[in-house]
Design a protein around this ligand. Sequence first.
Ligand SMILES: NC(=O)c1ccc[n+]([C@@H]2O[C@H](COP(=O)([O-])OP(=O)(O)OC[C@H]3O[C@@H](n4cnc5c(N)ncnc54)[C@H](O)[C@@H]3O)[C@@H](O)[C@H]2O)c1
Length: 294
Amino acid sequence: MEINKVFVVGAGLMGSGIAQVTAQAGYKVTIRDLNDEILQKAVDSIKWSLEKFESKGKISKEDVEKTIANLSTTTEISDAADADLVIEAVFENLQLKKEVFGELDRVTKPECILATNTSAISITSIAAATQRRDKVAGMHFFSPVPLMRLCEIIKGLETSEETVKVIEEFVRSIGKEPVMVQKDVAGFIANRIGLASTVEAIKLVEAGVATPEDVDKAMRLGFGHPMGPCETADLTGIDVLMHALEAIYNETQNEKYWPPELMRRMVTSNLLGRKTKKGFYDYSSGKQESYWKL
Ligand SMILES: NC(=O)c1ccc[n+]([C@@H]2O[C@H](COP(=O)([O-])OP(=O)(O)OC[C@H]3O[C@@H](n4cnc5c(N)ncnc54)[C@H](O)[C@@H]3O)[C@@H](O)[C@H]2O)c1
């Protein structure tokens, strides 16, 4: 099956990034969100990102214009009628995703593939809202999408090999590297490993073994990670990570994924990281500064 038209549902951080890289690769992309204001913001952020690539000499002015010409926006889900592939990136909420997939199942052509960018919800439970469970799969991109090369492809219980093959080819065609997640397990591959190590890092700070600076330094200098787990947690949002951990814990009942007390207290105190100017570090001066005392 050939993919020509792509429909992205949700024009937030991830949806706009996915739409951008897809349009850059030459596909016609329509982005759907709830109102024109959100859609305009998404288009503006795509333009800003493309211009940044252009100013660094990574793409030409013509590439920018071609990408913008490939993009269109809509508030109507029925505009997905001629799509070959739909990628959903709405809020991380099972009920909402089920409603969206139920609607998509009604309005798209029968051969259209429906993918979800969920980080933590089971693909099988989203697919259950459709009559085409063989054509539903996970496509888990990483933020910021224009820069991060990985896309996890996740099979739901009934996803067909044909669907996986088409998605794998598509992922490569937009310049991303796929990894196959053969079973629909909570956290897939990257978050399953990454979040377990985030919990360990927070527990070390909580127990007074090391400061966030030393935990981060250990992982940067000892393992060559570009960023340590505490600064990464501040960038992602302590609340976002806590919800992701709770989702994996609820599925697995594995205490390894239970958010540590310190993390839960940080969320209660609105110490969420960069977005609230304080988390494991203080960002109020515009720079990342230490303040943690053991
Ligand atoms: N933020 C990340 O780092 C990250 C990484 C990987 C995966 N994800 C997943 O991607 C998805 C989106 O995350 P995000 O960070 O882009 O969220 P976001 O809050 O930035 O964007 C979500 C968008 O969905 C829109 N929306 C809500 N209901 C809708 C509907 N019925 N139809 C169309 N649009 C609708 C909202 O208006 C909003 O613009 C989530 O499932 C999240 O778990 C996020």
